[in-house]
Ligand binder design. Structure first.
Ligand code: ASP
Ligand code: MG
Length: 452
């Protein structure tokens, strides 16, 4: 049994859905559960319409709703023709759009949007896409069966980013999915959407369909989770920054999670954890080129010194200096508690006896953080820094790699440097404008090619 998840671009229009149908046809004997996203761009459009309605722009919101209706009904006609089944689906989709229009009117009267009502609206994209994909599969002779994602993905009530409840999901999967699979059917459900135990609609947060796929995969002990998207897989670096990037055919879970934290858009970091815990391999495939090898993510890929080079900008370095206090037991804990209290997550840390340097991505609460850190000593804040990381599970064991990395970056000023104890990444903090050249030099060093 496998999970085959198709992202928004893999169900964007009739042609994409037809490709998806062919891919599912190719794996029917592996007993797939199909998870789909909304048609590309729909979730954004839904959220925009909700916000417009709540801020007094009802006419614009309704125009958005009608544009979405036209798009979905157009896809239904193109894929399914105008027979009875197509008309049924079109009628059901239209009803959802009528509901959406009513919700928009209600929001414009209320003048505000709650996270709970936003979930009702933003989850409509998957409620609309899943029936279309199911019908397209059936039309192609595949015994597909629509399952409401809310029957399976049981969550708490943190609207907008609900927390899944694994035990309840496992029980729901046994009840709603397993019998279909045993009966030779292909269950199809929308990702991203969930419901509380009492049945109120929730969502898992943006990009949440991958999370759905991996949670269901974990719950059902799937053999594999396939994430079908519009890129070939994970790459050795961001192709917009580096020339001559290579496809990573096999990568370890921890390395992939590390890359995801650098904004490798292909995979949501949370996708990783439920599957990791069960040792289920996750594959990334390109639905535009289904014959490609894709990227396989497992526990046990060989430990290479360098698997990929990642980078990001807009990093803030916070330094605390205090000869007296930092030597005291518990000082670091107290410093980290300041970040925790202010909901600011720390990325990279380097310490000495008299100072500690940390980086953060998100400076929303930085003023409060800095004010509270002053209790420990002198605090300085450096903005406009960047991080470049060399990611590879074998890095910690390879002194030649580290020497080569430091040689490759040449005379670029390093503000911080950190090697994680697990040896999975060497992290360099540089000036923001050096991120690109440093990535290029490192990539040329370890993957060949010329630095641009
Ligand atoms: N449609 C949702 C979003 O755009 C979930 C997903 O595609 O993963 O965030
Ligand atoms: Mg998506």
């Amino acid at each position: 049994m496998i999970i085959a998840k198709f992202g928004g671009t893999s169900v964007a229009d009739a042609a994409a859905i037809t490709r998806t149908v062919n891919i599912v046809r190719g794996c029917v004997d592996r007993q797939p559960v199909v998870v789909v996203s909304a048609l590309a761009g729909t979730t954004n459009a839904l959220i925009a319409a909700a916000e417009q309605a709540a801020t007094g722009h009802l006419v614009t919101a309704i125009a958005q709703v009608e544009a979405m209706r036209d798009r979905h009904l157009g896809v239904v006609t193109e894929l399914l023709g105008d027979g009875d089944e197509a008309l049924d689906i079109a009628a059901e989709e239209s009803m959802l759009f009528d509901e959406l229009a009513h919700l928009a009117e209600a929001l414009s009267v209320l003048g505000y949007l709650t996270p709970r009502s936003l979930d009702m609206i933003s989850s409509l994209g998957e409620q609309l896409s899943a029936p279309i994909v199911t019908a397209a599969l059936r039309r192609a002779g595949i015994d597909a069966e629509l399952v409401d994602g809310r029957d399976v993905m049981i969550t708490d009530d943190s609207y907008g980013r609900a927390e899944p409840i694994p035990d309840l999901i496992a029980a729901a999967a046994r009840e709603h999915l397993a019998p279909l699979i045993r009966g030779g059917k292909v269950p199809v459900l929308g990702g991203y959407i969930g419901a509380t135990e009492s049945g109120v609609t929730t969502t898992l947060g943006r990009g949440g369909s991958d999370y759905t796929a991996s949670l269901i995969g974990a719950a059902m002990e799937a053999e594999a989770i396939e994430i079908w998207t519009d890129v070939d897989g994970l790459l050795s670096a961001d192709p917009r920054v580096v020339q001559g990037v290579r496809l990573i055919e096999h990568i370890r879970f921890d390395e992939a999670a590390e890359l995801a934290s650098f904004g490798a858009k292909v995979l949501h970091p949370n996708t990783i954890s439920p599957a990791v815990k069960r040792g289920i391999p996750v594959f990334i495939f390109n639905s535009l080129r289904p014959e490609g090898v894709g990227t396989r993510i497992t526990f046990d890929a060989p430990r290479l010194p360098v698997r990929a080079i990642a980078g990001k900008n807009n990093v803030v370095v916070v330094k605390v200096r205090s000869p007296r206090m930092l030597a005291a037991p518990g000082a670091l804990r107290a410093i980290f508690e300041v970040f925790e209290r202010n909901r600011t997550s720390v990325d990279v840390v380097a310490t000495s006896e008299v100072s500690v340097s940390l980086t953060v991505d998100d400076d929303l609460h930085l003023d409060a953080v800095v004010a509270q850190l002053r209790a420990f000593g002198d605090v300085s804040v450096e903005r406009g820094r960047g991080i470049v990381a060399l990611v590879g599970a074998g890095l910690g064991e390879s002194s030649p790699t580290m020497a080569a990395a430091l040689t490759a970056i040449g005379d670029v000023r390093l503000h911080m440097l950190s090697l994680s104890a697990t040896g999975i990444n060497l992290t360099l903090i540089v000036d923001g404008d050096q991120v690109k050249p440093v990535m290029q030099r490192l990539h040329a060093q370890f993957f060949g090619g010329v630095p641009a």
